[in-house]
Design a protein around this ligand. Sequence first.
Ligand code: APR
Ligand code: PHB
Length: 390
Amino acid sequence: MKTQVGIIGAGPAGLSLALLLQRAGIDCIMLESRSREYVESRVRAGLLEQNTVDLFNELQVADRLHKEGLQHHGVYFNFDGESIRIPFDELTGGRCITIYGQQEVVKDLIKANSDRGVKIIFEATAAKIEDFETTAPKIYFKQNGEEHIVECDFVAGCDGYHGIARKALPAKCYNEFKKEYPFSWLGILANAAPSTDELIYAFHERGFALHSLRSEKVSRLYLQVDNDDTTDNWSDKKIWEELSIRLSSKGFMLHTGEIFEKAITPMRSFMIDNMQYGRLFLAGDAAHIVPPTGGKGLNLAVADIKWLSSAIIDFYNNNKEEKLKNYSADCLRRIWRAQDFSNFMTYLFHKQAAHDSFEYHLQKARFEYIQSSKAQATTIAENYVGLKDI
Ligand code: APR
Ligand code: PHB
């Protein structure tokens, strides 16, 4: 098979890249190891920054997002039962976030790709990338036990943290940074009307809790648990009791309901400081992971793709390689910023040490500073809705 851009992975990164290239008349083939049903039902976070929604609007893939997504103009931060609201409108000049599940984003992007004639090959696993230091790279992939080759001008490694693209980079061309946190998140989806109009991030002496939403009838909630914990230890009753304790604040009443999804996810920060080599370019989770406390994962993937698509388009349409050369450096500014913000949010809200410890008092001092300083609240708001210009 021959194409201009070979894309590995049909997650948010690969799918948005394909749409941007298709719009510019550039041919691509996308390989995805899982089935369409699997990728469309994989439950993940669901916070879209303004920048991400703007891009989906521009790509005309946002009709359902506007019907079903929930626009939020603020967020609640709780600390030891006290609640404050960070108003985005006032602090960021009218920017906001949209709550819309990642699997819904993926469904919309797959549909748009297939409606627009982009070739996505499902259940096709890329095994090897070769010759990416030349102008004729190749992706070897397997489907139904048979080996095939995609010959292309560029390879986009959008294959997530466990993919092959990062491993194909020569080890000497990047540094790796990794931080594993000593806690995980137990996440649930429940048929319960949200108990709040906007997200609640809560520090409690028993641990962090987050109340998010999916619709008028479905809530998404998370609890900090130990890394070795399992969902077997968490009956539905125990989950609701714990959420009710950790999220409590004046006037708050938790609505409960049937839990239909329950999973534990570890928390880590990870990145490499070079996302390209020759004609191989990495984007999204393939190059970086952030802990979910800032809601940045999907948005960073989409931000990478904006740079990558514009660099590839500039190459084909204007015969310019400058943006391709700068791709990694251009992405890394935002990635480091998001790493810092996600790490900050994680340490602000998670229980790390005993209740009267030094760490606890630092966390409390940070919360009180957000409460009393418009400058600090603005810093949080502009990072949370997503910085515009980096
Ligand atoms: N061959 C083909 N496809 C592969 C291979 C391979 N060897 N390895 C992985 N994949 C596929 C995975 O099955 C997955 O569908 O690549 C896709 C990568 O998608 P994501 O993991 O969703 O990564 P990305 O598109 O970068 O999106 C980042 O996803 O994990 C969340 O929080 C993260 O929201 C962020 C977003
Ligand atoms: C979610 O809705 O799943 C969500 C929202 C905000 C986060 C993490 C997850 O920080």
